[in-house]
Design a protein. Sequence first.
Length: 125
Amino acid sequence: MNAVITGLGVLAPTGSGVKQFWEATLEGASGIGPVTRFDASNYPSTLAGEVTGFSAKGILPSRLLPQTDHSTRMSLVGAEWALADAGVDPAAHEGFDLAVITASSAGGYEFGQRELQNMWSKGGK
């Protein structure tokens, strides 16, 4: 079996979309800055590489928004962008003929934490 990279979908601290990301990469731009998604003042580090200005509203089905966290939404949008970049219509292929590979240093914690807090706030059953 051969693997072929046919499309890219990038959401990164240095840019969203292949063009913006690649231009920032060639310029040597840094995506590191102050944490803005939560108050990090009590942590040893207050810097991070955040993807700013991202919203999945209008891109993903609205039913997915409350069921997923920020990181998962970025992965889904990145996969959609990669398919579009490749000019691939998933509906034109059999179920297991395509694959999307994603990379993330971490993710999914926001959703898990919210669900754990919800579960514990209701007490044992």
